[in-house]
Design a protein around this ligand. Sequence first.
Ligand SMILES: *Cc1c(COP(=O)(O)O)cnc(C)c1O
Length: 404
Amino acid sequence: MSVTTRINPLSYLTEQLDDLKAKGTYFRLRVLEDEQAPVCTFDGRKVINLASNNYLGLTTHPRLREAALEATRKYGVGSGAVRTIAGTMKIHMELEEKIARFKNVEACVVFQSGFAANAGTVSAVLGKDDFIISDQLNHASIIDGARLSKAKILVFRHKDIGHAEEQLASVKHQPGRKLLISDGVFSMDGDIGPLPQLCDLAERYGAIMMVDDAHASGVLGRNGRGTIDHFNVHGRVDIQVGTLSKAVGALGGYVCGSRDLIDFLYHRARPFLFSTSHPPSVAATCIAAFEVLENEPERIEKLWENTRFWKKELGLLGFDIGGRTTPASETPITPIIIGDSKLTMDFSRELFQECVLGTGITFPTVPEGKARIRTIMTATHKKAELDQALEVLKKVGKRMGILA
Ligand SMILES: *Cc1c(COP(=O)(O)O)cnc(C)c1O
């Protein structure tokens, strides 16, 4: 009997990782050792955190924390099943009713994540004879949903209404359904989708209108109701997606729309049918978060005040914060455009050495040549923390030749 050495069938992955290392875009996960907060400890280093989506500081809000603990004591730690079998708890329904009222729509369904909400919804409402007309910079979960649906994907240039119309016109006489879809806030550039014009187009061409408001939930509109409220296009967007994982501070995604849309998703959205629902603590946390949105609007005001300060100061330092080679940000997401991937990752590492966490984002998350440090402002950053972060950005930026 001979002992054969087994050849590792996954060795090609090692080769691809070596490739990333050679290009300078390989990364290790940074590990958070305490709470998600404006100043926190990653890999043993206390840093000013410019990278989280914790817009309103709700990840550590006392009322949310208490709600999670209380729900755990009352209802245990898990839901025990998918929603359609035995895993719909009263608290899940309460959350959905709360969101529907908040958004002023007939009904709402919550998914395990925003990713699941988008991918599950797009793939459920469209089929292979249909068309999805999608902004070039839409989120990956929309693209995956479109692929799963087998619908034909027509991409329009970023926020280019003329091009979106061309795409719609090109399939006007085809029998399939058309879904026009845009992010409300684009996650890598922080610009806002042109909702009123897109709604006009959807109406003119009889298309379904869908908006992914992940980065607008809790950020834009009255009390953080999102871009539909920001633009006052209530009733013109058939499918509104939001997330519970960013400003809301917990985890999950939701779809808002007509009662029939939501009923249909109960029957056909695969993450809803085939993946277990949230633990009761998550639902309770989110209910408390919507109460905070309603009762503490000063958090959103502070978020925007910090955002204005941050953008102004970064611009004064001379960084390219969008608007020259990429869209100009209009929200708390402010990219520092570097361009080169390796320089971006090196910049991010040097910043970390100086106690600032600014994550480098490179291809394929953003186009080649548009690598950046994406900064996100929150309501809970203090002025002194921002001043210190600006000092570090200036010092490291000059040392590395990013700033003149
Ligand atoms: C973050 C994000 C999602 C995914 O939300 P999760 O709740 O984190 O899964 C979807 N769409 C956009 C535009 C996002 O930025």
